[in-house]
Design a protein around this ligand. Sequence first.
Ligand code: ADP
Ligand code: ASP
Ligand code: MG
Length: 418
Amino acid sequence: MARLVLKFGGTSVADIDRIRNVARHVKREVDAGHQVAVVVSAMAGKTNELVAWTREASPMHDAREYDAVVASGEQVTAGLLAITLQGMGVEARSWLGWQIPIRTNNAHGSARIEEIDGSELIRRFDLDQVAVIAGFQGIGPDNRIATLGRGGSDTTAVALAAAIQADRCDIYTDVDGVYTTDPRIEPKARRLDRIAFEEMLEMASLGAKVLQVRSVEMAMVNGVKTFVRSSFDDPDAIESGPDASPPGTLICDEDDIVEKEVVTGIAYARDEAQISLRRLPDKPGISAAIFGPLADENVNVDMIVQSVSEDGSRTDMTFTVPDGDVERALKVLKDRRDAIGFEVIQSDKGLVKVSVIGIGMRSHAGVASTAFAALAQRGINIRAITTSEIKFSVLIDSEYTELAVRTLHAAYGLDNVA
Ligand code: ADP
Ligand code: ASP
Ligand code: MG
């Protein structure tokens, strides 16, 4: 007998038929004798609708009330799945975050899970009860509902798996695993049987939304065996338990991967913006004068490029921020124009960051130059570049997104040739 956490995303619970299908997956594991906790997302599109309503009600709304509204989508699905399971003769009970409780910090809208008390769920496993848990939510120190940021049900599932020491956390979604790039953009993308925690963390933070970044962090820190698989498989035609290996991707330690590639995947993130400050005095403290106030205003600065004039007296500073932060960033900088000393400030919205990820980059030189040559050949202009140990990113204009992703996918030999 094993203990399992199964998580089902929005598309997998989009209507009652799909919820019934999910219930059959759950029943398969229960019938095989396993203890099961299920984490569900809101029905597809629901969270977007709820978010839009809060904005329509008031653009400057209170984050605690935003959480009260957007957490409701998961409540509906948890109840519906419990009802469906009961109808199939499975003893099931729904749980909201606060009922478990899942304790979070006070960062409403993107709260972090701090503690989960799994004791009551474990007690009920012994009574053969299945727990159906509303993902994406917990309870903050202010005793109010707190949500975990978009895609947060993944994090609920992995955190819960760590708390109740589950043998595996199965993330059921609308693709049958983690691919070398988003299969919606590149049909030649290949499914990875395994991907290392570090690589998955980079893929997720650089835009691959198949798993929320924090869920990967949580899995890595707690050593949670996490498996990404499809909810559209026939529930009765596959094996059960923590060792079942239907098509899917295991997120695991680097040492557990036998065939290591130099490049594992390509990710992209839209809605990036570029801000350039021109003709700044090139003197100590200039970066602190720019980025200190931006950090104080919670503007998330990502890529930074500095170029210095020939005589070394003037410099240009270019950096990226999320599209949504541009106006705030510009105001912060313009308010400090005299202190910073720039002559011109420019901004461009709607850019895209394309990233190449692979643990093999640690030990291989010249990996990025392949990308620069391939992009140049396609006439794609690179606005900025950043590199780190196991990834590099290029900033490009959004109309080249698909072309750039496909070009790099082919350039690194990732295309499925079958
Ligand atoms: P869920 O609702 O189940 O949480 P998401 O929409 O959040 O599902 O995540 C699944 C989606 O992630 C896929 O439909 C796919 O388009 C996208 N995706 C992006 N990058 C990748 C990748 N490298 N591998 C697999 N899916 C990816
Ligand atoms: N329903 C939430 C969202 O759409 C959480 C999730 O699906 O993981 O972001
Ligand atoms: Mg998701």
